[in-house]
Design a protein around this ligand. Structure first.
Ligand code: C2E
Ligand code: MG
Ligand code: MG
Length: 697
């Protein structure tokens, strides 16, 4: 290449020749020139310097040019160090000898300098081109290695593909496991992507596109699918026919559209496709559905068998789902063109197209449940995995994917509440409930500061004397918009968001404050206040101290306070519950078991816990009107056998009362005596003559 600097060595035993040639070369302005007067000197100089080209006189005393050339070629390739022979012997034998010996070219003496220069430049150009090529190849190899790309090189004529080690590694294989057949690639392509890839390849092969570019999924050795981006370029013969195609392969599974664990489209891609369906629904009417799947008890698997097994389980489920939606059920695939996606954690989404009616979507959901009935094999174990499925059917109202997914999620939650491994279809009632729930959750956090909680008190009556012995404190929430909210609407939510201990502490203090103002009735102890305590509050570790504090603060005797806990709260952590109940008992604060018989607890715990009272749930009392007295009677008998008292809840009539009196049930409460009362009405109520039954509120 003209103008590119080069360092030259001129070897000639005749000083005049050396001088003349070197001076003329120097005059070109881009060459540095050294001279050597003998073959021996030339070899030394070649060894100690790095020349770009040697002009070598063939005829020299001592080591002649041919011998010097032979020695140079032992260490330097012709393209690396070109040697041009300068010869006075222009016969072909000498020339052939020189070329065979590794000379790059020859020029004859006397020198025609412009010709000599042209030949020298031609040799240098080749050398530079070769060096540039090698450099760029090295650079490319380095870049490819750095970019973590695989390389493929497809000889279209021979039908063979070279796959680089990295290409092979992307699919989890060892080099020796993959041959040079094109099928190694194409047989691994996801069935959904195969036709598209084929079209993209032939478009470039046929010269329609100037690059080959394709994103598709390839099956990994572990059975999952990886998303890859493949780019390539064809080289063509003079007729424009592609004879070779080569390019790169990049694993884009993680970043772009796919879930790294399962290779499924991730939430992003799912959302994209769902947006498309929503847009189409606005143009042509809704015809899509989203199935939201959540693995039942997945946390249990993760916690007990470890995260690796958890991951394997998700992969296993994903394969079943793919199988069920695509391969084994061509009908579903053809009809609904399902998009299966991992939305995160143990949640999967399925987008169905062409859903004519609700039962279309339900049918697919049932198929999914069925596909998961057989156990998965994980590390030699049989693991049963079921899912809860919520369905949201497309409508004209949805404008964003989030809304659809949210509703499907809400429906899934309902399916889960009903025990899991089932399907629920979203309806507006669920939405209302979900909205109310959300609102309650956020409003609850401020309700305490805003002083929105209230207590009402329902009298507890001695069924023998029909006198008031105490009151049960019942919590209400005076919501600024919703009005008075019953505890059933918010207590379990408050419990879930860990607010119930704080609210419970408020209830305890407030109830004791009110109780401290209740006058004792003639000849009787002051009425007790019975406070409901939630599971978390019971187990949180501070309840006993709170009790001590409020009793002291309001100067109440321990007998003036009772605590009610449900069976389910007790069995959450029986050891701690036992300890807390014991400490309360030691202080003289009695503990009742509320809603007895409605939980799932066995009776075992009753032997351990030092409780004093069982409360018969109002549902059992209500049964008595149908002549069903077995349960209340059994509970009374059981309680008395254990030395416990009984409080019957939900006494609504004189008949209820009589029956319970007959069973020797000690205490009772219910609308028959009184509805829950506001605190300011209690004093008057207590003063009312004899608190006649039926005289209440
Ligand atoms: P519970 O402790 O079993 O309370 C008795 C429930 O029965 C009360 O409902 C009461 O109003 C209702 N009731 C009273 N008499 C009758 C009757 O004759 N017939 C019928 N059918 N029902 C009657 P409420 O006030 O809605 O409370 C519901 C539940 O909320 C309570 O059931 C209790 O489990 C919980 N709760 C109430 N206040 C609190 C509290 O301060 N803390 C906690 N953790 N839970 C509370
Ligand atoms: Mg209660
Ligand atoms: Mg109860």
């Amino acid at each position: 290449m003209k103008g590119r600097p080069a360092s030259l060595l001129v070897v000639d035993d005749e000083a005049m020749n050396r001088d003349m040639v070197s001076r003329r070369l120097l005059r070109q302005g881009c060459y540095t020139v050294d001279v050597a007067a003998s073959g021996e000197q030339a070899l030394r100089m070649v060894q100690n310097n790095s020349y770009d080209l040697v002009l070598l006189d063939q005829m020299m005393p001592g080591l002649n040019g041919m011998e010097v050339l032979a020695r140079i070629r032992q260490r330097h390739e012709p393209l690396q160090l070109p040697v041009i022979m300068v010869t006075a012997l222009a016969d072909s034998k000498h020339i052939i000898d020189a070329l065979q010996c590794g000379a790059n070219d020859y020029i004859t003496k006397p020198l025609d300098f412009p010709v000599a220069l042209a030949r020298l430049e031609a040799q240098l150009s080749r050398k530079w081109a070769e060096e540039d090529l090698r450099e760029s190849q090295e650079r490319y190899a380095l870049a490819a290695r750095g970019a973590n790309d695989g390389i493929w090189d497809w000889n279209l004529k021979a039908g063979a593909i070279y796959y680089s080690a990295r290409w092979i590694a992307v699919l989890g294989h060892e080099v020796e496991e993959i041959s040079g057949r094109p099928e190694e690639w194409f047989e691994r392509v996801h069935p959904d992507d195969a036709a598209r890839l084929e079209a993209e390849l032939s478009a470039h092969r046929d010269g329609i596109t100037d690059h080959f570019h394709s994103e598709h999924r390839l099956r990994h050795k572990d059975g999952s699918f990886r998303w890859v981006l493949t780019r390539g370029l064809a080289s063509r013969d003079t007729d424009g026919r592609a004879i070779r195609m080569a390019g790169s392969l990049t694993d884009i599974t993680e970043g772009k559209v796919a879930d790294a664990l399962t290779g499924l489209p991730n939430r992003l891609l799912f959302t994209e496709r769902l947006s498309r369906s929503i847009r189409r629904a606005h143009e042509r009417g809704p015809s899509y559905a989203v199935l939201f799947l959540d693995v039942d008890r997945f946390k249990g698997v993760n916690d007990s068998l470890g995260h690796l097994v958890g991951d394997q389980l998700l992969i296993g489920i994903c394969q079943r789902l793919e199988n069920c939606l695509c391969s084994s059920d061509p009908m579903t695939r053809a009809k609904h063109d399902p998009t299966l996606s991992r939305l995160g954690g143990d949640e999967f989404g399925v987008l169905l197209e062409a859903v004519g009616c609700r039962s279309d979507a339900e049918l697919v959901a049932e198929r999914i449940l069925n596909a998961l009935r057989l156990p998965l094999q994980l590390e030699g174990r049989n693991v049963y995995a079921t899912v809860s499925i919520g369905i949201a059917l497309g409508n004209e109202i949805y404008t964003s994917p989030d809304e659809v997914v949210r509703d499907a999620d809400t429906a899934m939650y309902h399916a889960k509440l009903q025990g899991g491994s089932r399907v629920a279809v979203f309806d507006s009632e669920m939405r209302n409930r979900a909205m109310a729930r959300l609102r309650i959750e956020s409003d609850l956090r401020e309700a305490i500061e805003r002083n929105e909680f209230r207590l009402q008190y329902q009298p507890v009556i001695s069924l023998e004397s029909l006198r008031i012995v105490g009151f049960e404190a019942l919590l209400r929430w005076s919501h600024p918009v919703m009005g008075m909210v019953a505890p059933i609407e918010f207590v379990s939510i408050a419990e879930e968001v860990n607010l119930m201990s704080i609210i419970g502490a408020w209830v305890l203090e407030e109830a004791c404050r009110d109780a401290s103002r209740w006058p004792a009735q003639e000849g009787a102890a002051p009425p007790f206040v019975s406070v409901n305590v939630s599971a978390k509050h019971l187990l949180c570790g501070s309840l006993v101290a709170e009790v001590d504090r409020v009793l002291a603060k309001f100067a109440l005797t321990p007998e003036q306070l009772r605590i009610e806990v449900t069976e389910t709260a007790l069995i959450g952590d029986l050891e701690i519950a036992e300890e807390v109940v014991l400490q309360l008992k030691e202080r003289g604060v009695l503990v009742s078991i509320d809603d007895f018989g409605t939980g799932y607890a066995g009776l075992q715990y009753l032997r351990k816990l030092p409780v004093s009272t069982l409360k018969i749930d109002s549902s059992f009392v209500a049964l008595m009107n149908d002549g069903e007295e077995t349960f209340p009677q059994a509970i009374v008998t059981l309680a008395h056998g254990l030395g416990l008292n009984v409080v019957a809840e939900g006494i609504e009539s004189a008949e209820d009362l009589q029956r319970l009196q007959h069973m020797m049930c000690e205490l009772g409460q219910g609308f028959y005596f009184a509805h829950p009362l506001d605190p300011e009405k209690i004093a008057a109520y207590l003063r009312a003559p004899a608190n006649n039954p039926g005289n209440a509120d």
